[in-house]
Write a protein that binds this ligand. Structure first.
Ligand SMILES: [Zn+2]
Length: 239
């Protein structure tokens, strides 16, 4: 059973994709595109949440707020490692969901979870495995799916040691409040213990305003990729 998605954002944990590109996902969803987040793990355990189901419910609520679909895979939180098995699991989802565009989380996050960087390694390999021929037998008969449009979102926790010449922003001014609401759906992560957690809204505001200032709008999200960029790239690819 194959499906056809316009865009999939791959997230190591439920909330990373919302932080990096939640506004863009909400914007594209409102334009009528079929969008999903694929979480590699359920993100649990975390310090202040005792029930993984609570986080899953929050993730589902956040997806609803953004107007998108969501798939949560069963790879292990905190112990996520790039492996053949993990690559295959994500590649199988890509073959099943057949997205035109994929966006992953890029880079190392030394002060946050090591899962983040592993997720990029898994993501890059899975995009490649998705298109390989003569592997239908190990993908339950799912045909190869080639994805030409591969991008990365940024959450302001990544090291920026490498130059990022190919980048563009998406104006999310009209959808910033939606993004904020989606993140506040994660009460177990961002609301339960404000003294411990970084103040999420300050962080999201600052990041959005900074990227917005680079292109003269109020709030923006930044993306990296390997194609020549235009401001309307996503729409251009999908139309
Ligand atoms: Zn994370």
């Amino acid at each position: 059973m194959s499906e056809n998605f316009d865009l999939i954002a791959v997230s190591p944990h439920p909330d990373d994709a919302e932080i990096g590109c939640g506004g863009t996902l909400a914007l594209l969803s409102e334009m009528g595109y079929r969008i999903a987040i694929v979480d590699l793990t359920n993100g649990e355990p975390t310090p202040f949440n005792d029930d993984p189901q609570v986080r899953l419910n929050e993730a589902s609520k956040a997806a609803k707020i953004l107007g998108i679909e969501r798939v949560t895979l069963d790879l292990p939180n905190r112990k996520l490692l790039d492996s053949i098995e993990a690559r295959m699991i994500l590649a199988k989802e890509l073959r099943r969901m057949r997205p035109k565009i994929v966006i992953g989380m890029q880079g190392m996050t030394p002060r946050a979870s090591p899962d983040h960087y592993q997720s990029q390694l898994i993501f890059d390999a899975a995009v490649f495995y998705s298109r390989l021929s003569k592997w239908e037998d190990i993908f339950d008969g799912l045909e190869p799916w080639r994805i030409e449009n591969v991008f990365y979102y940024y959450t302001a926790r990544e090291l920026l040691t490498q130059s990022q010449p190919l980048q563009f922003t998406v104006d999310i001014s009209t959808h910033f409040e939606t993004k904020k609401s989606a993140l506040l759906a994660y009460k177990s992560q961002f609301r339960a213990h404000p003294s411990y957690n970084p103040p999420i809204i300050d962080w999201i505001e600052g990041m959005g305003r900074y990227f917005g200032s680079l292109t003269g709008c109020k709030y923006a999200e930044i993306f990296y990729g390997s194609n020549i960029m235009t401001m309307n790239l996503f729409k251009h690819i999908l139309d």
